[in-house]
Structures are given as structure tokens and as C-alpha cells.
Design a binder for this molecule. Structure first.
Ligand SMILES: Nc1ncnc2c1ncn2[C@@H]1O[C@H](COP(=O)(O)OP(=O)(O)OP(=O)(O)O)[C@@H](O)[C@H]1O
Length: 593
């Protein structure tokens, strides 16, 4: 397991066109790992490169480099490749290319080329006139590109509108869409911005009530879905055709099967029928579908800019834990490694484990004679629990950690975190990993239980400020569970502010709330009440600017009264207000439930 630092020593980092041009001045052979920013250089090949470097011992004529395709114009044709590409440059000329981490082939190529260089230097052979190879255009690559193109064409984008979401019909519509043979490739539950609505509905911008329509579309949560019908491996099957005016075929038990049944060959016909099909199901008013390939490509960029990247990934959420001694002594070192290894830390908390929790997390050691000592140690002080996200996260974390005992780690895997962070206090790995994704899910639910809070964007927020605040909310990892834009009545305001109705500024508060609609939201995440309070900052924006300059109130608040947002103060208050307020909202639309 190589750290980034060691990689950098072994391979020169080429991350700009000028460094690329400079690298081409190398004498002899340079083996270049061309990588994409989102997946990083190919770690699997690094032991091979290190071995070749040591065994061939030709530092003057054998060089290794990593080059990021996105930053180098010459490498443009290699952008967005999902497998690693290795280029072989001899005296500045790219003479060979190998796709995929094919260690035997790469090794053979390097050994042959270095033998040639040795013979040339010894005057035993003339330098072969290898042609410079093009970076693309092999048939297989052209095919791959075409395949990506056709993949893209087979997507459509659906928007399930706010009235459907608030009346809880969104889930039902999604079910009907999958029943009609579509696979939901990606989805998001968001409050659309004005720009997104204008873009998606550009064909109707000239209609007289368009402005009103935009207000409605930006007033609450919508679902945005990326749908596909493609399967490269199954022949067309008449059976799977949806029948717009009859009951559609039986839903598949699981979505991948739905995906596997349909084919590119029938895509167009089936796609044409989705809007019609939803019409026959009386849902077409609640859901709009875009199928035009050019528009779909544009909307993918708008709504899911990372769609292509994420689709190729296997993003996995895992629980990691630093046992008490490690947390106490070397927390920062471990956190640096976690970040260097491209894990995103979604949540983290210190906690003193109960005996039951410690026993559950140390189950793998329960038959060891040091088990009792281990449990004592685990419950003796705070541990650090983390929720981590990464492509192939579970496997990567396990590999980084190495074996379960220090003895084994030191003997066989000295670079593993188990060996590097070994401590006298315990013979076991100081870091914990869930053993499977299922366990990870259960552990995350246990250590990071979800909580909801009530939040409000006050009427004086401009549309632009509201959109920025919603973006901050999303980026902070809150799920927008419910959203309703509403002109709060004094009764409803009292439900939110029951604690302060006796204050002398309460009248002003009511007056301010009557100036226009507020955006009332339920936000959900671990520790949501406290996290939201932290994000909004102190009541007085002037104080917020000093104490918490990045907070929402510091950025957008005007005065104590017009401090842009509200948040419930306690978990109890949040629960009470959400129940009372949203009960109230649903009784406004009884026919919708
Ligand atoms: N001194 C004041 N003058 C004018 N308005 C005030 C004053 N203090 C509070 N408010 C208004 O009343 C709201 C509720 O006041 P509270 O004391 O509960 O503050 P808070 O808990 O920080 O804010 P919130 O409950 O809105 O999150 C504040 O958000 C603010 O709009």
C-alpha cells in the first residue's frame, strides 16, 4: 500500500501542459499513467513500477510519470476513459499505448524497450523508427465512444412536480415509471431554481402565465429523475412493451431486471409512449418528461453534472472507527490519510462506547484471550466514529487497514494502517471497518441516527438568496424532507414561535412574516437540530459576522428581526412544531391525501 508521498517519488506528477512538454524532454523511456481526476492514478500498477525501477536499475533512461488527462490538452482524447491508460514515450515520442491495468503486458513492454535502449547505447543496434501513435481511433475506442453516445441518447429526464411531491404522489409516479419498463438511473429531490425551470420548460416561456408557473415550480420539492431503458445484452422482447391504454406488464421484482429486459432496439418506441402512458394513468399533469437527446444531454449537465462520473463508480458508505488510544494520540494523522485516499467524511463524532457496542464492534476477537482487555480499552474513553464515502469504499478501506492483528501486519503488511498505527496498549488493529455494506448500514443507523428539524426561510429573502440558502443546505448534507412555501397565518406563526409570544418584538415578528410567503422546511440528517443552528449562526447578524462569519445569518441577515432564517431550538420543539404545522398543511389539502 503506497502513500501518496511514495507515489510522487516513484512517478513524476505531470498536471499541466507545460510539465507535459517538459516531460517529453526525458531521455530514454517514460511510462506514463494517464488518469482521470475522479479516480486518481492506478495504484494497482505501482508495485510493478517500483519493481521494474529497482530491478532494471536504469534511472537515467527509465522514468515513470502520472498525468491527469483533464489538465493536459494533448491528452484530451483520453479524457473520461473508465480504465487506466499507459503511454510509452521514447525520447519524447509516444510509441505505444496499453489500456487497462495489464501488468504482464506493461512489464514486457518496459523490459523490451529498456533492452533496446541498452543495445542502442552499446552500438549493437540502430534506433528503430517507430511511428508516433495516435491517442485515439482504434476501432474498439471508436466503438466505445459510439456506445457512450448511444447510452446518452437512451436517457430521458423526468420532473415530478411540487404538487405531486407534497401530496405524496411522487413515489406512486416513480413506481409507475419503473412499471412501464424504465430504470431510474439517478434521482434527486430538490427545490428547482428559477434558472432550472426556465431551461427545462423553455418551449413554453412565451405562455402568458409562465411567470406564475415558475413561482409554482420553485415553491416546493420536485423529483428530478434520469431514466433509461437500455440493455446491451438482451434481444428485443415484445412482452416488455408497455401498453398505454391497458394495464402495463407486471412489474419486475427488482429494478436491474427491468433494465435487463428492455433493449436499445425498442427504446424509441417505448420512450414515445411514456408520457402517453402517464397520461393514461392520469399522471401526465404531475410529471414532465424530456426525451430529446440534445436536451437530455443539456439537462444532465444542469441537474446531474457528475452523472457520467458517478455512474461508473461504486460509491459506498462505510463506518470507520478510531479506537480510544489512536483517537487520543494520532487522530490528525489518520484524518489526513483518509482525505488523501479520497474518502469524503460525511459525518464524524466522538463517543464513549457502551459495553454492548464495544462487544459488537470487537466480535471478531471474542475468542481471543485479550478480549476482556480489549473491551475495557474500548470503553475507557472517547473513540472517533466516521461515516466515509468513496468509490469502492469498503474494499479500499479494508485494504488500507490491513490485517486484524498487529503481529500479522508488521510481518506481512508493514505499510498497512494496522502496522503504522500499532500501539502497545492493544495487539489489534487500532482502526475498525465494517465487514460488509449491510453491517455498515446498520452501524451507521446506530451511531448516526437521523433527526429532523424545522427550518424557515423568512419572507424578506430574495429569490436569489433563497436559492443560495437551499444550496448551502444541500451541501451541508441535509435532506430536504418536506418543503412548503406559504404565507404564514398568525396561528401558524404562533406554532413556530410559541416560546416568545410574550416578547415586545413579537408583534413586529408577526408583521414581518405577513409580508410574503415563507419557505417552511423539514431538514433531516444526523443531529439535525444542532447542526442547523450551527449553520444559521447567532440571532443577530452583526454578532454572527464576528462569531460565525460563514453562517447563513452572517451572509444574508439584515437585522435581528430580519435575520433571514429560523431553526427549532431543541429536538422536542422541532418534533412538536413539525407535527402541528404539517398536520395543518395537510388539512388544507384534504383531497390530496
Ligand atoms: N431583540 C429583537 N428584536 C427584534 N426581533 C427579534 C429580537 N430577538 C429576536 N427577534 C426575532 O424573533 C425570532 C425568534 O427569536 P429567538 O429569541 O427565538 O431567537 P433565535 O432562537 O435565535 O431565532 P429563531 O428562533 O428564529 O431561530 C428571531 O429569529 C428574530 O427574527
Amino acid at each position: 500500500m503506497a502513500s501518496k508521498k511514495r507515489e510522487a517519488q516513484l512517478q513524476a506528477v505531470v498536471d499541466s501542459q507545460s510539465l507535459w512538454d517538459e516531460m517529453l524532454q526525458n531521455k530514454g523511456l517514460t511510462v506514463i499513467d494517464v488518469y482521470q481526476a475522479w479516480c486518481g492514478p492506478c495504484k494497482a500498477m505501482q508495485p510493478l513500477f517500483r519493481k521494474l525501477k529497482n530491478e532494471l536499475n536504469e534511472d537515467e533512461i527509465l522514468h515513470f510519470a502520472i498525468a491527469e488527462a483533464d489538465n493536459i490538452v494533448t491528452l484530451q482524447p483520453l479524457r473520461d476513459k473508465c480504465e487506466p491508460v499507459f503511454l510509452f514515450s521514447v525520447n519524447g515520442k509516444i510509441i505505444a499505448k496499453i489500456q487497462g491495468a495489464n501488468a504482464p503486458l506493461v512489464s514486457k513492454k518496459v523490459v523490451n524497450l529498456i533492452h533496446e535502449e541498452r543495445k542502442i547505447a552499446a552500438g549493437e543496434m540502430a534506433r528503430p523508427q517507430y511511428p508516433e501513435i495516435p491517442l485515439v481511433d482504434s476501432d474498439s475506442e471508436a466503438d466505445e465512444e459510439a456506445l457512450h453516445e448511444s447510452d446518452q441518447e437512451s436517457y430521458s429526464i423526468a420532473i415530478i412536480k411540487p404538487d405531486a411531491v407534497i401530496s405524496r404522489k411522487g413515489v406512486e409516479i416513480k413506481r409507475k415509471i419503473t412499471k412501464a419498463g424504465f430504470f431510474i438511473e439517478a434521482e434527486d429531490k430538490i427545490v428547482l431554481t428559477e434558472e432550472q425551470v426556465v431551461n427545462f420548460y423553455s418551449r413554453i416561456v412565451d405562455q402568458p402565465d409562465f411567470e406564475e408557473f415558475v413561482s409554482f415550480m420553485t415553491s416546493g420539492l420536485s423529483y428530478v429523475l434520469v431514466l433509461s431503458q437500455r440493455s446491451k445484452h438482451h434481444p428485443p422482447s415484445e412482452e416488455t412493451e408497455p401498453q398505454p391504454d391497458t394495464e402495463p406488464h407486471k412489474p419486475s421484482e427488482d429494478q436491474p431486471e427491468v433494465k435487463a429486459k428492455v433493449t436499445t432496439g425498442v427504446t424509441k418506441k417505448k420512450r414515445d409512449s411514456l408520457q402517453e402512458y402517464l397520461g393514461s394513468q392520469h399522471e401526465s399533469q404531475l410529471c414532465d418528461i424530456e426525451e430529446d437527446a440534445a436536451n437530455v444531454a443539456k439537462f444532465l449537465d444542469i441537474f446531474f453534472p457528475d452523472f457520467k462520473k458517478i455512474k461508473r463508480m461504486k460509491l459506498e458508505k462505510i463506518l470507520a472507527l478510531l479506537r480510544p488510544n489512536l483517537f487520543h494520540e494520532r487522530k490528525d494523522d489518520v484524518l489526513h490519510i483518509i482525505k488523501d485516499e479520497d474518502f469524503k467524511i460525511l459525518e464524524q463524532r466522538q463517543l464513549v462506547l457502551s459495553e454492548d457496542e464495544a462487544q459488537a464492534l470487537c466480535k471478531e476477537y471474542e475468542n481471543e484471550d485479550y478480549f476482556k482487555k480489549l473491551i475495557e480499552n474500548m470503553t475507557s474513553g472517547p473513540s472517533l466514529a466516521l461515516v466515509l464515502l468513496r468509490d469502492n469504499g469498503l474494499e479500499h478501506w479494508k485494504q488500507l487497514l490491513g490485517p486484524r492483528t498487529v503481529e500479522e501486519a508488521i510481518e506481512y503488511f508493514p505499510e498497512s494502517l494496522c502496522a503504522r498505527f500499532a500501539m502497545d496498549s492493544l495487539p489489534v488493529n487500532q482502526l475498525y471497518s465494517s465487514d460488509s455494506l449491510e453491517t455498515a448500514e446498520m452501524e451507521i443507523k446506530h451511531f448516526f441516527p437521523l433527526q429532523s428539524t424545522l427550518a424557515l426561510i423568512k419572507p424578506h429573502a430574495t429569490r436569489e438568496q433563497r436559492e443560495k440558502i437551499l444550496k448551502i443546505i444541500k451541501e451541508a448534507g441535509f435532506e430536504l424532507t418536506q418543503v412548503k412555501q406559504i404565507l404564514l397565518t398568525p396561528d401558524q406563526a404562533e406554532k413556530i414561535y410559541s416560546k416568545i409570544t410574550g416578547k415586545d418584538f413579537y408583534k413586529d415578528l408577526l408583521e414581518m412574516l405577513s409580508e410574503g410567503p415563507s419557505m417552511v422546511m423539514v431538514l433531516t440528517k444526523w443531529n439535525a437540530v444542532a447542526k442547523w443552528r450551527l449553520l444559521i449562526g447567532p440571532t443577530d447578524p452583526e454578532e454572527a459576522k464576528v462569531l460565525s462569519p460563514d453562517s447563513i445569518r452572517a451572509q444574508f441577515g439584515i437585522s435581528k428581526l430580519r435575520n433571514i432564517v429560523h431553526g427549532a431550538s431543541t429536538v422536542y420543539e422541532a418534533k412538536e412544531v413539525i407535527n402541528r404545522l404539517f398536520e395543518d398543511f395537510s388539512s388544507e389539502n384534504p383531497e390530496e391525501n
